[in-house]
Ligand binder design. Structure first.
Ligand SMILES: [Mg+2]
Length: 306
């Protein structure tokens, strides 16, 4: 193999480890607000906006909190796109950059999976973002581009590019590379960005799944299954059957315990048997004092091909 300082061919020796990340309060604590009304002592209701982490606590208290104008769309308006999807001026990118700035300047601790997400990017591993937000896929991707630009040091960015070129060299037979930006764009194009309340996501899912209107949890499950299937397509394309000997693991992290429980159940009942060679790890990041969250291995019969 060609020895080149900017192509890390050692990536060919790596394990196959991939991640699915929830975004809010898992990677970043976003400034995005949920607009509610709060009951006042005199019985009237007044506009009251809360963060996602506060919302996760007060959401059950329907006696004292309700959506603004009793309208869910009004309550979650900041979780929708307010600009074209690839427009960096959109609210999601603005909120992402503000959240990153607070982490980088030490004003706020990073989300529990912030470091794992950064490591995933630097190592050039495939990942999916799966969130209950309503943005277009391209909007989430633009947020990831901001993360790469603002969080990675110049040295980490170069390490990432050497890894990305290494994968292309070893698995795709690529010998001539594009610009750094082109290589990052190619990599980001291999990943999945699913905001499961986005209209395009809903239409796409409805075209694939017949039956009753799916719940939000079923939408997340569909997004997760899509990523796992996508991974297998990528692995098959780059490696034929020869990857079979190597363990594949897929991690899922979310700070919402209801989501964590639903995904664990889904892996046990559906994904585990469909992909028996995959080790699925679920990370419950609801307790911010535990870095990387509480790890649960849900399914992991190693198929070593013996
Ligand atoms: Mg979350």
């Amino acid at each position: 193999m060609v020895e080149h300082p900017d192509i890390n061919t050692q990536v060919a020796l790596r394990d196959f480890k991939y991640y699915i990340f929830d975004w809010d309060d898992n990677i970043l604590h976003m400034p995005t607000r949920i607009h509610l009304e709060k009951r006042q002592p005199d019985g009237t209701w007044r506009h009251h906006s809360v963060s996602t982490s506060v919302f996760s606590i007060v959401r059950q208290d329907t006696a004292n909190y309700r959506p603004l104008h009793d309208d869910r769309d009004a309550a979650f308006i900041e979780f929708q796109d307010d600009a074209p999807a690839d427009d960096r001026a959109g609210r999601f990118v603005r909120d992402t950059e503000e959240a990153i700035d607070r982490v980088m300047s030490g004003k706020e601790p990073p989300g529990p999976s912030f470091t794992t997400f950064k490591k995933t990017l630097v190592e050039g591993r495939l990942f999916a973002i799966v969130t209950a937000r309503g943005h277009a896929s391209a909007t989430l991707r633009a947020g990831v581009e901001s993360f790469i630009r603002l969080v990675l040091s110049p040295a980490e960015r170069q390490e990432m590019l050497a890894n990305l070129r290494g994968y292309r060299y070893c698995y795709d037979g690529v010998r001539e590379f594009g610009t750094d930006d082109e290589e990052i764009a190619y990599y980001l194009g291999l990943n999945r960005y699913h905001a499961v309340t986005n209209p395009d996501f809903k239409a796409w899912m409805d075209s694939r799944v017949k039956g009753a209107a799916p719940t939000s949890e079923e939408r997340k499950q569909f997004a997760i299954r899509d990523f796992v299937e996508h991974l297998f397509h990528v692995l098959e394309r780059m490696n034929g059957d020869s990857f079979g000997w190597r363990p594949i693991s897929i991690g899922f992290s979310d700070d919402d315990q209801a989501n964590v429980a639903a995904v664990q159940k889904y892996i046990k009942e559906a994904l585990g048997s469909r992909f028996p060679s995959v080790k699925f790890c679920v990370y419950d990041t609801s307790d911010p004092s535990i870095e990387n969250g509480r790890k649960v291995v849900v399914s992991g019969q190693m198929d070593l091909g013996l």
